[in-house]
Design a protein around this ligand. Structure first.
Ligand code: MRU
Length: 357
């Protein structure tokens, strides 16, 4: 039987001018692929979390801007670029916290600017090449994160994760799940605890689903149970993903991550942030400078319930992410190795390694 990991999280259907995604709001009950064709469809799919997770959002935006650029009917670079910029800014406004979105769109814009002397038709081909490369790079990067992450744990370890930084959040392997999948292939037999991740249940609907259907030993827990499983001695390491890492190592990830990290510190359990360099933003000095997305109240009060779970009209606070302070983080696992405190230096060193190739 086909497992959810046999599907591509994001794919380009160039012939039909579409970005094809799995509608993640329907998982785990229904696996439905949807084709996004217009700018509005792409924007809405990102905003409504039909496609979500920092790397997957970046890849969707890259394919999306390529398709929108392909439709710009002009031979003048200036006219082309003006329209390109408009569409780019529109897609960039769909979600604010995951830096991969603006990172991927900026990379696509650079292709336009670096080739402005070439015919527009050729620029369009180069945009396609870049978008495909962003996706392929994501697969290589996640695999490398998996190798570095695997060196931090041993066979039989208990691993706790929050939200979904799995294949459904990227293109293959995921980030926080990459060490788990690679370990599984090599007989490590981890015992994984997946936080359900209120309010949108990415842990229950997505992480528990993709790990379980891959044969990983996964136990689903409510968010308020992570303290108990750590206290019981069942967790050796926490692996989570991230949406933006600031220059000092403060890290924004799904709301609740900072609570997990604080409790893990209490029990001396290392917290590892799995971060492609695309998610590290050295131009943001600290976590306080990261824009945290606020989402609608109905996601908390009723979205995943048959009946509303709160009195109508009650005040709701619904930030999608929180910031984990760098002193709660044992290491930031990138494709170029593991950065440790002091992050202001080690993250720069990671980028030096990247520049050297
Ligand atoms: O709101 P979401 O589901 O997009 O939030 C996703 C997360 O917080 C992930 O942990 C993060 O994007 C990393 S995905 C590899």
């Amino acid at each position: 039987m086909k497992s959810i990991r046999d599907y591509e999280t994001v794919a380009l259907d160039d012939e039909n001018d579409a970005v094809v995604i799995i509608d993640q709001t329907l998982l785990p009950g229904k696996t439905e692929l949807i084709s996004l064709k217009t700018g509005e469809e792409i924007w809405n799919a990102i905003y409504l979390l039909k496609v979500r997770g920092a790397p997957a959002i970046g890849v969707t935006a890259a394919f999306g801007i390529y398709l929108l650029a392909k439709r710009i009917d002009t031979e003048s670079f200036d006219v082309f670029y003006q329209e390109f910029r408009k569409q780019k800014e529109y897609l960039d406004s769909s979600r604010p916290t995951a830096v991969n979105l603006s990172w991927a769109l900026r990379r696509m814009e650079q292709v336009c600017l670096a080739n402005r002397e070439k015919p527009v038709a050729e620029i369009k081909m180069l945009l396609k090449k870049e978008a495909v490369e962003i996706k392929e790079e994501d697969i290589r990067v996640c695999k490398a994160i998996g190798e570095h992450g695997l060196s931090l744990v041993k066979p039989g370890d208990g691993i706790l994760t929050h939200c979904n930084a799995g294949q459904l959040a990227a293109c293959k392997y995921g980030t926080a799940t990459a060490p788990i999948y690679l370990g599984e292939e090599r007989g490590y037999h981890f015992r994984v605890f997946a936080d359900e991740t209120r309010p949108l249940l990415q842990g229950a609907r997505l992480t528990a689903y993709e790990l379980y259907s891959s044969g990983v030993d996964v136990t689903l827990i409510c968010d308020n149970m992570s303290g108990t499983v750590m206290q019981n001695g069942w967790v050796n390491a926490v692996f989570v993903g991230c949406d933006r890492v600031a220059a000092n190592g403060d890290t924004a990830n799904k709301i609740g991550t900072s609570v997990v990290a604080a409790v893990a510190k209490r029990y001396n359990i290392p917290v590892y942030i799995c971060a492609p360099t695309a998610t590290i933003d050295l131009s943001t000095p600290t976590g306080a400078d990261i824009t945290i997305e606020q989402r609608p109240a109905h996601e908390v009060t009723q979205m995943w319930y048959r009946e509303p779970m709160a009195p109508e009209g009650v005040k709701v606070f619904n930030p999608a992410f929180d910031v984990t302070d760098h002193d709660l983080i044992a290491g930031i696992v990138t494709e170029y190795g593991v950065a440790r405190e002091p992050y202001t230096e080690s993250l720069r060193e990671i980028f030096r390694r990247k520049e050297q190739g």
